[in-house]
Ligand binder design. Sequence first.
Ligand SMILES: C[S@@+](CC[C@H](N)C(=O)[O-])C[C@H]1O[C@@H](n2cnc3c(N)ncnc32)[C@H](O)[C@@H]1O
Length: 564
Amino acid sequence: MCDPSYHTAKGIRPTNIPLKHLYIAPSPVCNNVQNKGVGDGLFASRGFEAGTEISSLERPLIAALSQHCYDDTCANCLMRTMDDVYISDGEQKKVAACTGCRYFRYCSKTCQKDAWRRIHKLECKRLAGAGRMFGPAMVATMEVLLLRRFGLMSDDTWEAVLRLESHFEDMRTGMKSDEMRRLGRNETDFEDMLGKIAGHTMLLSDVYGTFSKEFVENMYSRITTNALTLITPTFDPIGTLFDPFLAHLNHSCSPNAYIVLDGPRVSLRALKPIAKDSELFISYIDTTFPYSRRQAELKAHWFFSCACSKCQQGPALTEDKFLIAPKDMTSKVKETADLIIKNERFAQFPANYVGQSRDEKRVAAVQGKAFHIYDATCQADIAYQGCTETIEDGVRWCKQSGLFPVHRQPYAALRDELIVEKLSQGAFHTAFQHCTKRYRYISPILYPIPWHPVRVVQTFTMAKLANYLSSEASLLSPEADPVSVEMANQGINISIIAWMLMKEVSEVVGKSHGEESRFARTVKREYDSMMVAIRSEPYGEEMCYQMVPEQREGLAKMADWLEY
Ligand SMILES: C[S@@+](CC[C@H](N)C(=O)[O-])C[C@H]1O[C@@H](n2cnc3c(N)ncnc32)[C@H](O)[C@@H]1O
């Protein structure tokens, strides 16, 4: 709890913040080694029930797309041509490039005009001819500087940007550590790299004489350490989101809040009940990962040791448990682990730490290899050739080691990747089988809250897939035969399953995403059209309801069809 009349850790508390029901105040989690408050957080000025919206922004200060999204995403409303969450009434949208810079694309004249008025008029000429060489963090830095330099950013907002910790020195030291290398940062000398980025940014934003190079370097560092991932409503990463007020949200591995996006609209929602004047925490990382990995990621990217309620319990929770004791690994797995220890540096990374005994070090090596594969697949923005095989190797490795329960990371995360890959290849039946495993054995453990937004999105994907499998088109898929024949033999009625899953989603989407969100409207539309189909079934609606328990059982059994 915090008294709102306090000054903040960084001086006077800003009062003009555009986030309703929230205030900035010193956070008890941000203490230095002398136990002195060094950081602020966001606090609720009233109580909130779980599953409700705490506050929102119609758009954050900066929403910068990743390069791989330029061609299929509107740079203003963030509508994706690939993503039917946004495409109302089945209308396929297109995006057209700005004829000035040919850098960004827009879905309509209205979006183009809106972007022009907000920021694009300042950057269009500067980006023309620049190719697509700049990552989202650099574009975000350039936009922040341009907005300030040309008077489009208020003093309050600028002050909020400046009060954020830049972590410049931490970044300089951290860049050279093993952990950063493990996380895929290249080994280019940090100062050289940052100097180049600052040089480009200054050139692009025309700020020579306004800001020093050192200031711009600090700003880049400040934005990268305080930005959030720009996501779609279904949590696909599409770029970098920076907003100086939202950036005051601190982290917990057991968060009480989360952020969902609806186009550019940011909604901060309560995952747990929130008492008046309590601090809001979101998670910066995947909190289903084991303790050492969480600690290492937070240290490497955000430069702190997490002491949240979950981390205080150390590696003793579900996220860390293996199926067997280290000494009970088979001799074959132990031999392979010894080879990994001899040849691979990742076996010793703190992120994989399990314990000091010989067998625990072997477990760390086995886990290290699984995470090494997972990291490699995540770093590929777009699928690379052989990506599926790599992911399948990872999934098999977890299974064959005998160590990982099906929900233990990175086994579960590798399966998520595999589902995405299989869907993109049109291997819909295999993708569905993996979804059934996830639905039965994984999501309820990793996300025990039934309306947890990740769980809701996963069930939505599965419902859509089931609906597609119930169509005749799916039977044309080359792999359809063995699986669909087996489904028929086992009495699986995929139309009923699709409807049952979409019903489940429609009942909770208001809590996870908000009733008014475009995602909730899409779910409702999908459910309504399935309902029409159900009503026209020859055996009638009543009979469909009666079939649900049996189909639910069939679906549960399907989760065991796959070997791994
Ligand atoms: C996005 S900022 C959050 C706002 C920040 N506290 C401030 O006052 O500017 C992220 C930084 O806040 C601090 N932080 C966030 N969560 C923390 C936690 N659970 N424990 C300690 N420090 C934390 C770290 O310094 C981290 O790099």
